[in-house]
Write a protein of this length. Structure first.
Length: 122
């Protein structure tokens, strides 16, 4: 086998193995399941979101600061491009932490104590 054929075969082999790992990854299955969520499932914005969801979407940069700050990891993202946080209260309700770390972590004011701390349905 010539060198060119050897490296070509090796590349095909390892590329195939990498695809198998990705396709069999349980995280990928979870992401696909999340994408298939029914539209009738209740969704809410985190505490501190403005009443207008349009205003929230304009202000939120999708930095993930609120998701990282959430001590119970309930904030999710549906759209990987905009990365606007939301939660599914019927599965994982917000526990309304006393210090609201999600609000204090927001650098843009999309989540702010000025908007109140109630959860907004979307």
């Amino acid at each position: 086998m010539e060198r060119k054929e050897f490296f070509g075969a090796a590349l095909k082999y390892f590329t195939g193995k990498a695809l198998e790992v990705v396709e069999e990854n349980p995280l990928l299955e979870q992401l696909e399941a999340l994408a298939d969520k029914k539209s009738d499932e209740r969704r809410q914005r985190p505490p501190g979101a403005p009443e207008s969801d349009h205003k929230f979407q304009e202000m939120c940069t999708g930095c993930d600061g609120c998701m990282v700050a959430c001590p119970v990891n309930i904030l999710m993202v549906e759209d990987m491009d905009t990365r606007h946080p939301l939660l599914y209260p019927d599965k994982n309700p917000c526990i309304q932490c006393s210090a609201f770390p999600c609000i204090t972590a927001c650098p843009t004011g999309a989540l702010s104590f000025n908007h109140g701390t109630e959860l907004r349905e979307i």
